[in-house]
Design a protein around this ligand. Sequence first.
Ligand SMILES: Cc1cc2nc3c(=O)[nH]c(=O)nc-3n(C[C@H](O)[C@H](O)[C@H](O)COP(=O)(O)OP(=O)(O)OC[C@H]3O[C@@H](n4cnc5c(N)ncnc54)[C@H](O)[C@@H]3O)c2cc1C
Length: 401
Amino acid sequence: MAQTDFDILIVGGGMVGASLAYALRNTSLTIAIIESFAPNSAQQPSYDDRGIAISYGSQCIFESMGLWSQLSHYCTAITDIHVSDRGHFGVTRLSAHDENVAALGQVVTARSMGIVLNHALAQQDKLELFCPNSVTSLIQNTDYVELTLKEGQQLTAKLVVAADGAQSTIRQLLNLGALTRDYGQTAITANITPEYPHQGRAFERFTDAGPIALLPMSDNRCSLVWTVKSGDEVEILKLSDHDFLAQLQDRFGYRLGQLMQVGQRNSYPLKLMQADQPIQQRIVLIGNAAHSFHPIAGQGFNLGLRDVAALADVLSNQPEDCGDPRLLHDYAQWQQDDQDNVINSTGLLVDLFSNNSPLLGHLRGAGLALVELFPPAKHWLAKKSMGLARKQPKLGRGLPL
Ligand SMILES: Cc1cc2nc3c(=O)[nH]c(=O)nc-3n(C[C@H](O)[C@H](O)[C@H](O)COP(=O)(O)OP(=O)(O)OC[C@H]3O[C@@H](n4cnc5c(N)ncnc54)[C@H](O)[C@@H]3O)c2cc1C
């Protein structure tokens, strides 16, 4: 084996890359992160004010990583989920009580997750940070990968993990193909304060333009993800607070009473991207660098964290050559089905619930009513939203999956 500067170079220190570095902290692997933004920079896009719904499965992964006690301070529990379809009958309610758990999931802002992850990584003496910096070129050799950074510095590693988000530079440098789709929708996010206490309830309301989600947060705020047809967000973002809330109220209804206050608004154009070959010679793509998709079911980060858990498990059992192709193959076998399932079911949800065909509307209403009346279907849906419905992989040794 050639001598390398590091065992693993993680490109991208966002939610997924930073989680991987932390998950590997107790191994003998030497690790560095290359990240475009300085640690704790308010501009880092991974750590903005979006509310992220963390599934119960992700909570278990954070627990096994030893990070949950820090993160839980910033979380608000989701105890109930209320699913409805605007203009049609049929409602489904999922509850933690029915599933015998304290919470179906948790909500945390990406910014708070950044605070926790950055603080946790700052305690790791062995971890090297190249931030702010970025990769300009890479060369793959049989035994190692060589990366050149913006300032001309060259680094070598046995394995490069690309966690550099949906516009991944590593994916572009490798010239990898990807399955792409423009959903034609844009998500508007903001924090909303409603008149009534949210009481831990999360709301998912499907409308003809796309879904609206309101997730419970601290101080009786709710994290809004309002999906609109792309282009419509321009006018909506310009509205006064009063008019914005009035339009939202019209689409969402009065389940939380009057919507009283709105915070800063942001928008995200929604596109599907699934890399064709997330495993390359001594390179693996994880998180949004491998797959980014519609937030309709709040699964993007949860899937990225399962990538982290699976990769950390495989790597911590094979420290001699962490870039060994067999090891990466193990990881791919483990995660590919999960990624395909989440992406396909998300696409189905988008097509089914962002469609104003009257026939589909009636079918959706009937479907929601049926789920409500049929406990096994409700239980299956609850397990799915908790991140527990998929088959447990055979490889499970370390982190819970
Ligand atoms: C509106 C909205 C709501 C969402 N809600 C949920 C939810 O409720 N639940 C859920 O599970 N998911 C949700 N998601 C998805 C979730 O936000 C993403 O899956 C998650 O942010 C992916 O993290 P990541 O670390 O892979 O990528 P990113 O967050 O994009 O991080 C990439 C990192 O790489 C860095 N970087 C980029 N290029 C380079 C480079 N060339 N060199 C070095 N560093 C680089 C960036 O600065 C950044 O820090 C939502 C997404 C949106 C848009």
